[in-house]
Design a protein around this ligand. Structure first.
Ligand SMILES: N[C@@H](CCC[C@H](N)C(=O)O)C(=O)O
Length: 289
């Protein structure tokens, strides 16, 4: 009989993930295995994969083990590694609660972008302390076809280029990464958000995610958009002294982002587990060849 690997499938505003519980870090997940699992036709399908590991059992997270028992070893759907995933961390925390590893309330989750504080509320929404945004210097331009826009360069642990456009259709089909310049701005690639206004402190976005393509949502992207919009709107909390809250509509739902005067950003949104099952380890082996 072949070995079976437990998995779950979940999403946060339809940014969807394959979840692999592996507390002792015993499962080998090279990029080829992640890409096979995230394949929407031949695999389970997902924008990314959440490898659930105890911090103490993972070389990249050991140093965070005293602060956070669990490490979100996040991978993009193409197998590449990313520093942080905002929707992923909500789904990750929701999984931990569902599995009985943590209780409702406040928990800490280790990520490659540092330890994040997460609040699991009674109504099912999850709030994440996303830390502070950085604004790397230098002008960036994003283009699609004949249109190009100046982009806000925002780092939420991972890189984002935020372009305010007139119409989300201008982003085109987003099958391929939108070109940006200068090429030196993002040596490791970038997530690109196209944004329109929907009302006061209310925006909507489409996103092309590094390592995944167009997705239905991006949590770090929504935070990058909210802080870029606050600066555009002369509502930078560090200047006004009052928090700025933005509602960010994504194709898969809605996220609410607040930036405080000290620069700390909180994101609130849903987290859903839709299925669980077993992967045939022989299939996974064969799928990687
Ligand atoms: N979907 C995520 C971001 C995942 C990582 C991103 N594709 C990258 O490579 O930086 C989110 O919700 O933040």
């Amino acid at each position: 009989m072949s070995t079976r690997i437990a998995f779950l499938k979940g999403h946060g505003t339809e940014n969807d993930f394959v979840i692999i519980p592996d507390p002792e870090n015993a499962i080998d997940l090279p990029p080829t295995a992640v890409a096979a699992l995230c394949d929407r036709r031949a695999g389970i399908g997902g924008d990314g994969l959440l490898h659930v590991v105890r911090s103490a059992a993972h070389p990249e997270a050991k140093a965070m083990a005293a602060e956070a028992e669990w490490f979100m070893d996040y991978r993009n759907g193409d197998g590449s590694i990313a520093e942080m995933c905002g929707n992923g961390v909500r789904v990750f925390a929701h999984y931990l609660q569902r599995a009985g590893y943590v209780a409702e309330g406040d928990i800490a989750v280790a990520t490659r972008g540092g330890v994040k504080s997460v609040h699991l509320s009674k109504d099912g929404d999850v709030t994440v302390g996303m830390g502070k945004a950085l604004f790397p210097e230098g002008d960036v331009t994003v283009s699609v076809g004949e249109h190009s826009w100046p982009a806000h360069n925002v780092n939420m642990g991972n890189p984002h280029a935020v372009a305010f456009v007139e119409d989300l259709a201008q982003a085109g089909d987003l099958f391929t990464p939108p070109p940006f310049s200068p090429a030196s701005a993002y040596p490791d690639g970038v997530n690109v958000e196209f944004v329109v206004d929907r009302g006061p402190r209310h925006v909507a976005l489409r996103v092309h995610e590094r390592g995944a393509g167009e997705t239905r949502s991006c949590g770090t992207g929504a935070c990058a958009v909210a802080v870029a919009a606050a600066r555009r709107d002369d509502a930078d909390p560090a200047v006004t002294g009052t928090p700025a809250t933005y509602t960010v509509d994504v194709p898969g739902g809605r996220l609410v982002i607040t930036e405080r005067p000290d620069g700390e950003i909180e994101m609130t949104g849903p987290a859903v587990i839709v299925a669980e099952g077993e992967i045939d380890a022989e299939w996974l082996d064969a799928a990687q060849r």
